[in-house]
Ligand binder design. Structure first.
Ligand code: ATP
Length: 274
């Protein structure tokens, strides 16, 4: 199933505090949270309510995480699907999945829909050629546009999407009332990496004498270019290394070996880490 069935118990538990760094992006999405919590405030003033936001950035940088946090902060359910799920489907299936997804979200509103890898269905149309599945992609995309255009101020659904290729997106998606707001989600710099390590080190039992701040600082310096997903991987691998040598806590050496392993796997595994 591309997405879970719509139940109130699917409320997201993720909060902004789980998303390290990305301060600018968090500041930008606060408005979505506020709208989901208090739609009346906007309606009363005749404001055009935000419908869609596009998170633009490389893989593993926290786009899905941030979308979940928006849902968590607004205390509402989170529905998601990945654009790549639709690429090799029979004609008509994609469009009907989109219809179902939006219906669930509307039935359980206020709610959030997140579409990961929207470029897989939302790339520029009308190029033709032998790119098999093109018709399917178009009908899926069209259905999404129809659904979003059908929203009104009382629909109470915000649609967020993630991509690392905004340049190939169909312009129709970027028009006002659709994904008209772009929010950059960049790779973390040194101090942001440190903050992300702080989050992912939390569940680990560190060797005596190692403190979390210190490990986070050292690891942030050791892993330039790492995205949040890579950092989460390093922390988990380090704990696995420690378990394999039957240690009772995780040592600095485990982190170093884990880093090598994650770097070794980067080109192959990068897209699998999210
Ligand atoms: P993709 O484009 O590949 O789908 P994404 O940008 O949606 O990637 P996420 O799925 O949100 O990335 O991130 C994967 C995991 O990496 C998260 O579940 C989280 O554990 C970790 N992570 C990523 N960014 C952050 C961050 N800023 N703070 C804390 N953890 C993070």
């Amino acid at each position: 199933k591309a997405f879970p069935s719509g139940k109130k118990d699917l409320k997201s538990q993720t909060k902004f505090i789980d998303v390290a760094g990305l301060e600018q992006a968090k500041a930008e999405v606060v408005e979505f949270v506020d709208f989901l919590k208090e739609p009346k405030k906007y309606e009363k003033l005749g404001a055009r309510v935000p419908r869609g936001g596009l998170f633009v950035g490389p893989p593993g940088t926290g786009k899905t995480l941030l979308a979940k946090a928006v849902a968590g902060e607004a205390d509402c359910p989170f529905y998601s699907m990945s654009g790549s799920d639709f690429v090799e489907m029979y004609v008509g299936v994609g469009a009907s999945r989109v219809r179902d997804l939006f219906k669930q979200a509307r039935d359980n509103s206020p709610s959030i829909i997140f579409i990961d890898e929207i470029d897989a269905i939302g790339r520029k149309r009308g190029k033709g050629g032998f790119t098999g599945g093109n018709d399917e992609r178009e009908s899926t995309l069209n259905q999404m546009l129809v659904e979003m255009d059908g929203f009104n101020s009382s629909t109470g659904v915000v649609v967020l999407a993630g991509t690392n290729r905004v340049d190939i997106l169909d312009n129709a998606l970027l028009r006002p009332g659709r994904f008209d707001r772009q929010i950059a989600i960049d790779r973390p710099d040194m101090s942001e990496r440190e903050q992300i390590y702080m989050v992912h080190l939390k569940p680990l039992k560190l060797e005596e004498g190692l403190d979390r701040e210190n490990v986070a600082k050292r690891m942030a310096a050791l892993t330039p270019g790492f995205a949040g997903a890579d950092i989460s991987n390093v922390c988990n691998e380090a704990a696995i290394f420690a378990a394999r040598r039957a240690a009772s806590s995780v040592a600095m050496d485990d982190f170093e070996r884990a880093t090598e392993r994650v770097i070794g796997g980067l080109p192959k595994n990068n897209s699998l880490m999210s």
